[in-house]
Each structure stands twice: as structure tokens, then as C-alpha cells.
Design a protein around this ligand. Structure first.
Ligand SMILES: [Zn+2]
Length: 244
């Protein structure tokens, strides 16, 4: 599996950056995990929008879905300019009907409900879900293909069930919206100590910190998480590629 980080800022995109969006590829299949603000623009340095095979959404906060509307426009317009792209499946949960209905647009995209209690097969990926602790209904996702695994926590405060859900994963993409000593629980987010604790207890092979805060020196997050987790830790960065 090949992961490319397109956007990683929490809440909104920093100047010239993007909020949550991750391109995951395997065997020529391209899935976008979340599709936040400025992701469509940034993605085009790596992949044409009409080449996306599926989109999978954790929840409906704007920093995770803001660019779905313009992605629909891009595929619609490309249908007139070139070869009409296949109808794009956009997977989302149905706990917010109003938001779910927006995933379907003309013949361009189709909202597809996932049942978080069941595994979902999308291309080569088997995806399983875990409800997170967040103000909006949100699901962490575990991707498995050819014996490798990637867990994406999406947005959540720390919860014990995340440890089993993330057990022995090859890569933990963990949200880290706060620093050590700050309590993100009310906002439904983790701090660096939570992220390190989760990676350590789950025995993850590597930890990627993402959904990063707009305040402080984000390099400190790595040292702080390292107080709990002894494996390799990296900060999310635009265009960073991780091969698993
Ligand atoms: Zn959120």
C-alpha cells in the first residue's frame, strides 16, 4: 500500500496547505480517505481527479469533506472535456441523512452507505470501522490488503477500544490536535501523549501524527509522543509518501 499525504491540518487549511485528505493506492486502485478543504487543488500534483476510484469519509465536519462539492464539479466538467469518468462511489455513514444525500450528484458521484458494524471491501482494501468519540458521528478505519494494515483514527479523543482496533498495525495515522498537558477531550481530539500511548499499547510499527494544530511548534509533538512510544514517529507533511 502506498499512502500520500495531501492534507493534514486540523479544523481548516493553513496558508497554502489543505485539511484532511489522504491518497491510498494498491494494485492501481486509488482511494481518497476524507476530502477536506483545498484537497482537490493539492491532489492534482499527484493524481487527476477523474482517476480517483473511490472516496471514503470518516465524518461530515467541513475540514474532512469541504472539497466534495468541487470534486463533483471537476468530474462533471471532465465528462464534457474528455472521456466521461465512471460514476464515483463516495462512501459515508448514514447517521446524518442531510450530509449523506449530498454525496450523490447527477450521474457523477453516488453516495454509498457503509454499515460500520460490517467489513467493507473497496477495491483491494478490506475496511473495518470503529465509532470514535467526537461531537459528530465519526468512524476510525482499518485498511488491510495483502497482509498489511493501516489504521486511520479520524477525529477522536482517546478511547480504550482504539487499542484493540489498531493492534499490530503497520502504520497508525493518528490525529494529534493538542500538545502534552492540553486536554482535547471536550473537543473530541487527542493530544501527543494520547497518540504515543495508543501507538505503544497497540504495538503499531510506526506512528504518523496528523490533524495538526495551528498553534505552538508542531515539532514538539514528536518528542512528546516519543515519551510513550518507542517506535518511529513522523509528522504529517504535504506530499509525504509512506510505502507499507
Ligand atoms: Zn471532526
Amino acid at each position: 500500500m502506498k499512502l500520500t499525504i495531501i492534507g493534514f491540518w486540523g479544523g481548516y487549511p493553513k496558508k497554502d496547505g489543505a485539511s484532511s485528505g489522504y491518497l491510498l493506492e494498491h494494485n492501481g486502485f486509488h482511494i481518497m480517505i476524507d476530502f477536506g478543504s483545498a484537497v482537490l487543488s493539492k491532489l492534482q500534483n499527484f493524481l487527476k481527479p477523474e482517476k480517483i476510484d473511490a472516496v471514503l469519509l470518516s465524518h461530515y465536519h467541513p475540514d474532512h469533506i469541504a472539497d466534495i462539492g468541487v470534486l463533483q464539479h471537476a468530474r462533471y466538467i471532465q465528462g464534457f472535456l474528455g472521456k466521461k469518468p465512471e460514476r464515483l462511489p463516495v462512501y459515508g455513514h448514514r447517521l446524518d441523512e442531510q450530509e449523506f444525500l449530498k454525496l450523490t450528484y447527477k450521474e457523477v458521484t453516488k453516495g454509498v452507505e457503509y454499515d460500520p458494524s460490517l467489513p467493507l471491501q473497496v477495491g483491494p482494501f478490506k475496511v473495518t470501522f470503529l465509532r470514535t468519540n467526537h461531537p459528530a458521528a465519526c468512524f476510525a478505519m482499518r485498511f488491510e490488503a495483502d497482509g498489511k494494515s493501516i489504521v486511520y483514527t479520524a477525529d477522536t479523543s482517546f478511547k480504550d477500544e482504539l487499542v484493540d482496533f489498531s493492534a499490530d498495525c503497520d502504520l497508525l495515522i493518528c490525529e494529534c490536535n493538542f500538545y502534552s498537558g492540553q486536554d482535547g477531550k471536550n473537543a473530541g481530539h487527542m493530544n501527543s501523549i494520547d497518540a504515543g500511548t495508543l501507538a505503544e499499547n497497540a504495538k503499531s510499527r510506526q506512528l504518523l501524527l496528523t490533524h495538526l494544530p495551528h498553534h505552538g511548534d508542531i515539532e514538539n509533538l514528536v518528542n512528546e509522543a516519543g515519551q510513550k512510544y518507542k517506535g518511529p514517529i513522523t509528522l504529517a507533511e504535504y506530499g509525504k509518501v509512506i510505502n507499507i
